[in-house]
Design a binder for this molecule. Structure first.
Ligand SMILES: [Zn+2]
Length: 256
């Protein structure tokens, strides 16, 4: 998660286990827009994924429980917006039904993804092959539930996606304006609050220099316009606002 930044620079602020793993969230977001329920990202899902479970120490997905907690079932989801197609963001897009067949988890939803992202996920190079599993996304296309986006778009009134593809080809962040509030779900372009520090860029990033440029722009806009930042892999700190003290920017966390 810290790429080329030496552990000596971050070990006082992050604790790791004996396999050098830190605890991360796999956060999703639900928005209700003009009677439509919009889910942003789906986490790792509940399909059998022993390899990742073992290597990454995954715990069972709590997405369904979270949806029930806000009074929703999978059938109530009208749209799913995917920041990108790495397994930890789109694993919950599909599930196995009672017959053992792969089906979309949200039967009535349109799933939105950038075309560039879709094409890359279907032809990953050797470096990213393990991050893309077609059983997470091909059933969406087969059932006619896929809608591809070409660049920055307004998907619903007040809900924009912006291509921020340093992390992965066609990665997009989600921006939602409601009243005076602007909420940014950052996906993996700034996956945790630690990554607000510009040189902190994960080793998973496809173009670290691209990530650096995009982070600089995002942080400047977020500070200027008072965005509520939501971190897809935040665990203790899932969201917050930026405050400036002198030359430095700080995150003021909010509970989520
Ligand atoms: Zn991720």
């Amino acid at each position: 998660m810290f790429g080329q930044v030496p552990k000596t620079d971050w070990e006082t602020s992050v604790s790791t286990d004996r396999k050098n793993r830190m605890t991360l969230g796999l956060n999703c977001m639900v928005l209700q827009i003009q009677g439509k329920n919009v889910l942003v990202d789906t986490g790792v899902g509940s399909k059998d994924n022993d390899r990742e479970k073992e290597a990454l120490g995954l715990v069972p997905s709590r997405l369904m429980k979270g949806l029930r907690g806000v009074g929703l079932t999978p059938k109530d989801i009208n749209a799913v917006i995917l920041t990108h197609l790495h397994f930890d963001h789109c694993g919950g897009c599909t599930r196995l039904d009672r017959a053992g067949d792969l089906v979309p988890t949200f039967p009535k939803a349109t799933y939105y993804v950038q075309r560039k992202c879709w094409e890359d996920a279907n032809n990953p190079n050797e470096r990213f092959r393990n991050s893309h599993r077609s059983d997470n996304f091909l059933p969406i296309e087969e059932r006619g539930q896929l809608e591809m986006l070409d660049g920055d778009s307004e998907v619903f009134p007040g809900l924009h996606v912006a291509v921020t593809d340093g992390h992965a080809e066609g990665h997009q962040m989600v921006l939602f304006s409601h009243g005076g509030e602007r909420i940014a779900f950052l996906g993996d372009i700034i996956p945790t609050h630690h990554h607000l520090n510009l040189p902190v860029i994960s080793a998973f990033d496809y173009s670290p220099e691209g990530t650096l440029e995009q982070k600089r722009d995002i942080i400047a806009s977020a500070e200027r316009e008072g965005w509520l930042l939501v971190f897809s892999h935040g665990h203790d700190v899932k969201a917050g606002y930026l405050d400036r003290r002198g030359r430095n920017t700080y995150l003021r966390p909010v509970e989520m």
